[in-house]
Design a protein around this ligand. Structure first.
Ligand code: TPP
Ligand code: MG
Length: 668
């Protein structure tokens, strides 16, 4: 039963060179038609890709979602025509030849760079260099982890990556290969398009790294081959596949291979070759078909490639049907929570304990419930486990010695962690969460953006969410982070006010399987503000926590640690006869999704609204209006005990009450 992928018939039905030329021709034609795009990389890597897909990759073009397929990641996303050609030629339902003719045009699934939601078979959206590779590390972790649970019969595949010079120059590649080497992800194989060219010209203009030595130093197996010699490519890929270490295959190629005058130069990187060059290239190949036409014998050979894995797929389906955990496997891979999933008990417990607790600690308590209820969670932290409190008591480490573990020590690799979490989620079968300090969300930002763009329910646990962290000072105190994260589309940013809201926000984040969530959590203890846990009030994004007793003249809107400050301020105002509501607003995005009537009922236009958040006030005018009062911190923080900082920045009840009374024209 083991390693049946190796038994797939290997002999290519067609002529490798002509099959590769089909990729070259489609890529040239599509880029000419669009008058935009990147022909060089697909032309250079066509031979290696043909052998990879034709002889190694385990897949069935008829079912792009087959859970045990090999994952193929085009990290060098600018070479998107390589992937579109492979998908089309091998018989995926999409892209059609008409889609390819409309490469880069509005409405075509053949977007400029490969987008996961456009085409089945695009495993991850790529384009930001380096991230495809780092995402693939997460996919490879997912494969080993699920294999450890469900066994070789259900989970036994490889992850293949094509990365360019750019991917390997990007810093995130260092984090990714370090983690992969450490975890001995032998199922991960990276083909490096070693063409010595990037946009500005020769790579030698800017880099002289010994790339193979760098990978070896990170614990990888390295093999090299001539990227235009089929036998050498075949040998190299077989060696990589069989290695117990992750493998780099340095594929020495000529960018734009086949272009008569421009091959080997940066001119082929990102512009149409031009009619004369295309004609010359086709003539040299002996290619006489019209643009976008593939001769029948070559098309047939490619279709056979797409069907190569069918028998293995059918055998797998039979094994799944007989597997004792078939239903559980299917549930997890579909990303469905268990039908009876609920955190109602946890919420009730949280509401029953009035001991002040930091929301990061409440999150840890929540995680013990969550991790016991959901076997699909895989947690981790970028070396801040004891601060983020992400581990809890249920999970054991996921390591090279035990892939069944559910806690990843990601090391000080925030970006690599975030990208790997995307890979864990994209692979399927896993709900990833990972922690760092909120201030270092910036280090993860490019991957958070791709979580959101790819609609992946990754959960980011970001603690130490304000000046409330105290003495570590302004380098560690987030100021603009909440505002800048709220600016990312399809990302829910939660800042719970107490233990109960923390449980509520966790529940919402877990139910939201098609958008990522950020949980911004406090270092410092916070009082419990609500005792009725019957309804998840955070679900509406904002709700009235306290209603004015005296005639309402102010509505205080706060998040996280400042909600208790707002409650204390409201008490002072009421003592002076000024009625004040307090609104807790743990999630702007959810609030924005409420009806305008619901929003207006909470925040009517004829009452002064005051925002209180120990962070940049940027954007709060959306909530409190331009005539509202925004209390926050529009400078960097400072190094001092938290209480001193809150007073220094005027975020204490008496100072806030004074500001409000001044605005209302009431003398203190
Ligand atoms: C993070 C990031 N920075 C910059 C770019 C713009 N860009 C796209 S391709 C490229 C050069 C990549 O060189 P290489 O990987 O060697 O690709 P080749 O020219 O060999 O196709 C650059 C700078 C990008 N896509 N992503
Ligand atoms: Mg290059």
């Amino acid at each position: 039963m083991l390693a049946e992928a190796h038994l797939i018939p290997m002999a290519p039905a067609g002529d490798v060179l002509q099959m590769a030329n089909a990729i070259r021709v489609l890529s040239m034609d599509a880029v000419e038609a669009a008058n935009s795009g990147h022909p060089g990389m697909p032309m250079g890597m066509a031979d290696a890709a043909t052998i990879l897909w034709g002889e190694f990759l385990k897949f069935d073009a008829a079912d792009p979602h087959w859970p045990d397929r090999d994952r193929f990641v085009l990290s060098a996303g600018h070479g998107s025509m390589l992937l579109y050609s492979l998908l089309h030629l091998s018989g995926y339902a999409k892209p059609t030849i008409d889609d390819i003719k409309r490469f880069r045009q509005l409405g075509s699934p053949c977007a400029g760079h490969p987008e996961r939601h456009e085409l089945a078979g695009v495993e991850t959206t790529t384009g930001p260099l380096g991230q495809g590779l780092a995402t693939a590390v997460g996919m490879a972790i997912a494969e080993r982890h699920l294999n450890a649970h469900f066994g070789d019969g259900l989970v036994d595949h490889h992850t293949w990556v094509i990365a360019g010079d750019g991917c390997l120059m990007e810093g995130v590649s260092h984090e990714a290969i370090g983690l992969a080497g450490h975890l001995k992800l032998g199922r991960l194989n990276v083909l490096w398009d070693d063409n010595g060219i990037s946009i500005d010209g020769p790579v030698a203009l800017s880099a002289s790294d010994d790339v193979p030595a760098r990978f070896r130093a990170a614990g990888w197996h390295v093999v090299t081959c001539d990227g235009h010699a089929p036998a050498a490519i075949r040998t190299a890929l077989a060696e990589a596949r069989d290695s117990e270490l992750p493998s780099l295959i340095a594929v020495k190629t000529v960018i734009g291979f086949g272009a008569p005058t421009k091959a080997g130069t940066a001119k082929t990187h990102g512009s149409p070759l031009g009619a004369a060059e295309v004609t010359g290239a086709k003539a040299a190949m002996g290619w006489t078909a019209l643009p976008f036409e593939i001769p029948a014998d070559i098309a047939a050979a490619w279709k056979a490639v797409g069907a190569r894995g069918r028998a293995e797929h059918i055998a797998w389906t039979t094994r799944l049907a007989a597997h004792p955990e078939a239903a559980e496997f299917e549930r997890r891979m579909a990303g469905r929570l268990p039908e009876d999933f609920s955190l109602a008990d946890l919420r009730t417990r949280m509401a029953a304990d009035a001991t002040p607790v930091a929301t990061r600690k409440a999150s840890e308590i929540a995680l013990d419930s969550i991790n016991a209820l959901l076997p699909e969670t895989v947690g981790g932290s970028a070396d801040l486990t004891g601060s983020n409190l992400t581990k809890g008591s249920v999970l054991s480490p996921l390591s090279a010695a035990d892939y069944a573990g559910r806690y990843v020590y990601f090391g000080i690799r925030e970006f690599g962690m975030a990208a790997a979490m995307n890979g864990l989620a994209l692979h399927g079968g896993i709900i990833p969460y990972g922690g760092t300090f909120l201030v270092f969300a910036d280090y993860c930002r490019a991957a958070i953006r791709l979580s959101a763009l790819q609609e992946q329910g990754v959960v980011y646990v970001m603690t130490h969410d304000s000046i409330g962290l105290g003495e570590d000072g302004p380098t560690h105190q987030p100021i603009e982070h909440l505002a800048s994260l709220r600016a990312i589309p399809n990302l829910a940013v939660y800042r719970p006010a107490d233990a109960l809201e923390t449980a509520e926000c966790w529940e919402l984040a877990l139910r939201d399987r098609s958008r990522p969530s950020i949980l911004a959590l406090s270092r410092q203890n916070l009082p419990l503000l609500r005792t009725d846990a019957s309804e998840n009030l955070s679900a509406s994004g904002g709700y009235r926590l306290v209603s004015a007793a005296a005639r309402r003249q102010a509505i205080l809107v706060a998040t996280g640690s400042e909600v208790s400050l707002a409650v204390a301020t409201a008490r002072l105002l009421e003592a002076d006869g000024i009625g004040a509501d307090v609104v807790s607003m743990p999630c702007w995005e959810r609030f924005a999704e409420q009806t305008s009537a619901a929003r207006a009922a909470l925040l009517p236009s004829d009452v002064l609204k005051i925002s209180i958040e120990a962070a940049s006030t940027f954007g709060w005018e959306r909530i409190v209006g331009h005539d509202g009062l925004m209390l926050g911190i529009d400078s960097f923080g400072a190094s001092a005990p938290a209480e001193d900082l809150y007073r220094h920045f005027g975020l204490v009840p008496d100072a806030v009450a004074t500001s409000i009374k001044t605005r209302l024209g009431v003398s203190s």
